[in-house]
Design a protein around this ligand. Structure first.
Ligand code: HEM
Length: 315
């Protein structure tokens, strides 16, 4: 058996994704073809990818054990299943396995071809007891695809994910409490004598920003109040960096979620917000007077588009 480049194959990698090669159509859960990049398509096998059915390397983070448990790999003695002549297709079923149709070889991590007779679905939740094949465990464990846009399955907000107002108040109480009680020559002088309600107010700001109730706008004066508090403080880059560093460390101390997506977006906001705080605090800064409390979610923001009249953008 010496398959050529067009032979449809799925290689089960050790504790990692399915590697799909050859002439195979790959469809997502909506039945839309997935555009593949390069000769190998990596499909998620651990159930954790945020980009399912494609792999996003989450298996490494999860410590996924992908041991093939369907009995001896190459259960067909390493023989291919009989050819049907049909075009090969892999389709991700909604909240379920990968469905195989047509002529396609499934090759175990030991290099032997699995007998796929009567076994045409591959595990996608990572929990099957007969890996790489599906045994229906996804139903037991309630496996769900990442939320497809516009399908009415809204992801939780960053506010909900963080643990709501209680978690954010824990964060800010500890942040400002530690900062004022420990020697911190960079930040302590900035916050010495602050309003005792400050930690709770900042928690309300963060909560509103991360998709929670509009408490800061309604009860604490909104954007305009926040800006008035930063005006004229002449904050330095060193102070800004220290603020972000301490906030990240405090997030660990008070048990905010540690998953990379939450933390990346959380830090993204801190970096963005503190840079604006430094800008607004500069003496004579041309501060934006009115604006809403910003909204920050899970998505990435596109890079800033410089306008032609801005420095360095005109030839
Ligand atoms: C994402 C970044 C930031 C956010 C969301 C934020 C938010 C706020 C808010 C909502 C207030 C008003 C609080 C109140 O009404 O009591 C405030 C005040 C203040 N902020 Fe910030 N801030 C940020 C960054 C910074 C940084 C980097 C510094 C200094 C290193 C700073 C220093 C202050 C100070 C000194 C006050 C006044 C405190 C008081 O006298 O009560 N802020 N900030």
């Amino acid at each position: 058996m010496s398959p050529d480049d067009t032979t449809a194959q799925i290689h089960v990698s050790v504790d990692g994704p399915y590697l799909v090669t050859g002439d195979v159509e790959i469809l997502d859960a909506d039945g839309h073809p997935i555009r593949t990049r390069g000769p190998v398509t990596h499909l998620c096998r651990c159930g954790g990818s945020r980009n399912a059915p494609l792999c996003d390397a989450t298996h490494g983070l999860k410590g996924f054990d992908g041991t093939e448990t369907c009995g001896a790999s190459g259960a067909g003695g390493g023989r291919r299943s009989p050819r049907s002549g049909d075009a090969a297709c892999v389709r991700a079923l909604v909240d379920g396995p990968l469905q195989l149709t047509g002529d396609i070889d499934v090759i175990g991590s030991d290099g032997l071809v699995h007998d796929t007779t009567g076994r045409r679905t591959l595990c996608r939740c990572g929990r099957s007891r007969t890996k790489p094949f599906c045994d229906g465990t996804h139903l037991e464990v309630g496996f769900r695809d990442p939320v497809p846009a516009g399908e009415g399955r809204e992801p939780p907000t960053m506010y909900e994910w963080a643990g709501g107002v209680d978690a954010l108040e824990r964060l800010t109480a500890r942040f400002y409490g530690d900062l004022l009680s420990e020697p911190d020559p960079i930040l302590e002088p900035v916050f010495r004598g602050m309003d005792p309600g400050h930690p709770r107010h900042v928690a309300a700001w963060l909560g509103e920003t991360f998709g929670g109730p509009p408490a800061f706008s309604r009860e604490h004066g909104g954007y305009e109040h926040m800006v008035s508090k930063h005006r004229g403080l002449a904050l330095t880059e060193i102070q800004r960096q220290r603020w972000v560093e301490r906030m990240c460390a405090t997030a660990d101390l008070v048990g905010l979620p540690r998953d990379p997506d939450f933390r990346a977006n959380f830090v993204g906001y801190l970096e963005w917000g503190t840079r604006i705080a430094v800008f607004n605090s500069a003496p004579g800064a041309r501060v934006i007077e009115h604006a809403p409390v910003p909204q920050w979610g899970w998505g990435q923001s596109p890079p800033y588009t410089p306008q032609p009249w801005e420095t360095g953008t005109l030839d």
